[in-house]
Each structure stands twice: as C-alpha cells, then as structure tokens.
Design a protein. Structure first.
Length: 156
C-alpha cells in the first residue's frame, strides 16, 4: 500500500496540482489540515480515497481534528499536530501514539518536513508544498509492504 501525505496548503490552490503529480499513484491520500477547503481542489487531480483532518486555521468545518485509521494492518494516527506542541518536540504526540498503540503518526503544523522513528513508531511530517519553513516544498509518501513501513519525503 502507498499513502500520500500533504499538509499546510493554506489555500495556495495553484500548488496542489503539482503536489499531487509528485505524490503519484497512491492508494490513499491524507490531508493534515490548514486548510481543509483545499480538499475540493485535490479532488480535481486525485480520484482515490482522501482522509483529512482539520488544523488550527480551519474554522467552522465539520471535520474531526484527529483520526485513527487502519491502513495495511497498521494503526495510523492522523492529526494536524498543533494540539501536541509539535513545534517544540514530539514528546506529547509520542505519548498519545503510545497510548493508542499507533504504528505511524502523521502530523503537520510546523511546515518543516520530518521523519523520526521512536519507540517503534514512525512519525512523519510532510512539511508544506505551499509555505515551507525549511528549504523544501514537500509532501510525504509512505509505502507499507510485507508489514514493513518505508516513509519518505518528496520535494515538489
């Protein structure tokens, strides 16, 4: 299974087509919030299953702020990350992941791409294809094959 991950598009709809092209052929696409309205633009270029959560810049939308999904027999915790202070460190989100027995944590909010492996859990932040706070306009792709998780960051 291949999972595409995008976050923090912030209504920069003109970057979405290229970001979706870079993600390529995936089984599911996850949008981590800021802004959930951008999912309508994503649907123009991606016709598969989309999972999304709202972020700190998403107001008056009927979308949850976090979800737990089982994808390829792996528990995936999906959140924007702002409620876990991810701009400072991963400790709060790591405790939550341990509590819910997550295999993968997908989060955004920092606009900085990151992959970390702690306590048997993969933490993946795709960064932002629109307004990055590092030098990379980016998305993430996670491949799960034969029970093994292989996350990566891709520039757009």
């Amino acid at each position: 299974m291949k999972i595409g991950v995008i976050s923090d598009t912030h209504r920069y709809v003109w970057v979405i087509e290229n970001a979706i092209k870079k993600i390529g052929d995936v089984d599911v696409l996850v949008h981590l919030g800021d802004n959930v309205q951008d999912v309508k633009e994503i649907e123009k270029y991606y016709k598969g299953k989309i999972i999304n959560v709202k972020g700190n810049c998403d107001f008056a939308v009927d979308v949850p702020s976090e979800k737990i999904e089982v994808l390829a027999d792996k528990r995936v915790f999906i959140t924007h990350g702002h409620r876990y202070d991810v701009k400072y460190d991963l400790s709060r989100i790591r405790y939550k992941a341990l509590e819910i027995k997550a295999d993968i944590v997908l989060f955004g909010h920092t606009h900085v791409s990151q992959i970390a492996y702690e306590d048997g859990i993969w933490f993946v932040n795709p960064g932002s294809p629109a307004v990055p706070r590092d030098e990379f306009y980016s998305v993430a792709i996670i491949e799960i094959k034969d029970g093994k998780i292989n996350p990566g960051i891709k520039g757009v």
